[in-house]
Design a protein around this ligand. Sequence first.
Ligand SMILES: Cc1ncc(COP(=O)(O)O)c(C=O)c1O
Length: 317
Amino acid sequence: MAFESDYIWLEGKFVPFKEAKLHFLTSSLHYGTSVFEGIRSYNTPEGPAVFRLKDHLRRLIQSTHILGMKELPYTFDEMYDATLELVRMNKMEECYIRPLIYINSGGWNLSVNNVGIGMGIAVWKWNNYLGEEALRNGIRANIASFPRHHPNITMTKGKVSGNYINSVLAKSESMLLGFDEAVMLDTNGNVSECTGENIFVVRNGVIYTPPRSSVLEGLTRESVMMLARDYGFSVVEDTITRDQLYIADEVFVTGTAAEIIALSEIDFRKIGSGVTGPVCKKVQELYSDLIHGKNEKYADWLDLIYTVETVATGTEG
Ligand SMILES: Cc1ncc(COP(=O)(O)O)c(C=O)c1O
């Protein structure tokens, strides 16, 4: 199984992979009342390191707050330590890290009030999400027939499991139609984001991205905006329409899983040159340096998995 590892951290304990089970009557499974994160570690010259772990854990806790969960059973520091220890126990280097916070008792009255809360973390070896070919030549997208969440219905800032039905509907439709990814419009009809990525448009050398109102505040989005500005690009948050995608010089998407990938075609219309354009290429390069520990300015975004201390005490496995 592609997700297999030696251990999963479940409710405070490191449990062998096959024993990490929840009961069928876990209400979060029935109502989507859980929250999660997607985090990655990369090799760097100092050893493998988790990229923006603290920011991901902050967003995880914010997601519980948005959902209305109270009194989490673990502190930020406990989540942080458990994550790094789990990666070490599984002897992983480049991997994907998936924490999930869920209701482990109660929740059957469709409320998150007075429930028991549990948490698990899994890690698995990471293989390129969309492949090398996608990096060079981009992927093909359609505009989803499903609009993105309304900020006042399930809201857009939390990575709440139930919210992902919106992405699942759009992505399944897109793949059945023969595309690789779906671009979603917000309820006003403007470009919002993709099913698991934020979106950027390049026109006349300027990089545009939709404002934060209807999108997940992606950490890759933020990293890319900072890197692009550091490099000298002008980056503007602005409303983007569907036809502005069609006439863009370049369109690219950003996310922890996909990293940075060009959309070479949208709705059967070639975008720009029809392959990864020069601005996207530059941003891919800057991002690759960043996550692999080659950008001094953001060195504190990388938390080393095996520090001198863990190696000396043998906890690196
Ligand atoms: C809907 C959605 N938008 C954007 C993103 C990108 O966020 P990040 O860059 O933090 O991975 C994700 C992935 O978590 C997502 O699920």
